[in-house]
Design a protein around this ligand. Structure first.
Ligand code: GFB
Length: 323
């Protein structure tokens, strides 16, 4: 197991994107390292505006930046809004990485996604599979922006000696997720759909695609743990994959969510909706070698997300009350 090469205690850490699922988990985790957390809302700073970002970083002088801000969504949002996914994510990456370097930020962690790898990459996917084949069309725009971001990190290391690093997490879920049936990722979308179906007494729910694609799911708290460890122990060029090593079919995921929610109706597959990448299992052996392992098993993790949904969306249950 490797040793710490950097201490987070007492550092000023800017978590860009602190209102999102990943950013919020990172704030909670990094504060436990004894770091001072900086955060600015989207209305206070638009990360797509270069001058504003440069000015904010220079004025607030973080020691460390974690770039968790992004325009994100599930397969439907990615396919429907490629211009936004490309423009926003390119602009955010370029402004935050370059602005950090100009302001003398010591460490930066850029967060990407497993969709950067080719659609038909070997499984489990090693980091070396990057740019070896065509991307999955439904998320090509997002993937290209994330590849540009990680290449910027590498370029700033090579040319300027910046101690900047990248992490490529697998499909994430957990408290703080976007519970939106049309635009969200599969786990929160199906959970919300099944809660609504259960409350309405609906005999069936629709799951997009064939149910055959396989995905690896990681609880966001496990990701936050890996990020803290990477900031303390990793200082090399090239991204590190972050995944738990277990995959499940979308059909299997739907059944697990039905158990968590207590939905007993039929699960119907809508073949007119896209499947996306057939398989996306990461080879995460390099981050395991740093000493990280996930804690959450899928069903327990989904239960955690379900508790969060209940705490945030009492309106769903209120609407089902008869008096
Ligand atoms: O989570 P998801 O949108 O992400 O979809 P991707 C995963 C799989 O679940 C696909 C199926 O095969 C979908 O067809 N699925 C079934 C559903 N029902 C639903 C549903 O109600 N909603 C959604 N969203 N999917 C994303 C990328 O790809 O992965 C992003 O588009 C990002 O850019 C993310 O990289 C990690 O794994 O297909």
């Amino acid at each position: 197991m490797s040793k710490d090469i950097y201490t987070l205690e007492g550092q000023r850490i800017w978590v860009a994107g602190h209102r999102g699922m990943v950013g919020a988990a990172l704030v909670r985790r990094l504060a436990m390292e004894g770091a001072e957390i900086l955060a600015i809302s989207r209305t206070g700073l638009d990360l797509r505006r270069q001058k504003d970002v440069e000015g904010w970083i220079a004025a607030n002088k973080p020691d460390v930046v974690v770039l968790a801000a992004a325009t994100v969504g599930g397969i439907g949002a990615n396919a429907a809004r490629p211009a936004e996914f490309l423009y926003d994510n390119l602009a955010i990456a370029q402004n935050v990485i370059d602005g950090s370097w100009r302001a003398g930020v010591e460490r930066l962690l850029f967060l990407g996604s497993s969709c950067i790898y080719p659609k038909f990459a070997p499984q489990p996917i090693p980091e070396s599979a990057l740019l070896t084949g065509p991307l999955e069309p439904t998320n090509e725009a997002y993937a290209i922006a994330k590849i540009a971001g990680l290449k910027m990190v590498e370029a700033y290391r090579t040319q300027y000696g910046a101690r900047y690093i990248s992490a490529m997490p697998t499909n994430l879920y957990g408290p703080g997720d976007k519970f939106d049936e049309a635009a969200g990722h599969v786990a929160p979308s199906l959970m919300l759909r099944m809660v609504r179906a259960k409350l309405a007494g609906a005999p069936s729910v629709v799951v997009w695609g064939s149910g055959e694609p396989r995905r690896e799911f990681l609880h966001v708290h496990d990701l936050a743990e890996a990020c803290a460890l990477m900031l303390r122990r990793y200082d090399e060029s090239g991204p590190l994959n972050i995944g738990g090593g277990d995959e499940v079919s979308i059909r299997g995921l739907a059944r697990t969510i039905a158990r968590v929610v207590g939905y007993q109706g039929e699960i119907v597959f809508d073949a007119s909706k896209p499947d996306g990448t057939p398989r996306k299992l990461l080879d995460s052996s390099r981050v395991y070698a740093l000493g990280w392992r996930p804690n959450y098993e899928l069903e327990a993790g989904l239960r955690d997300a379900y508790f969060w949904l209940q705490s945030q969306r009492s309106d769903l249950w209120d609407a089902a009350c008869v008096a």
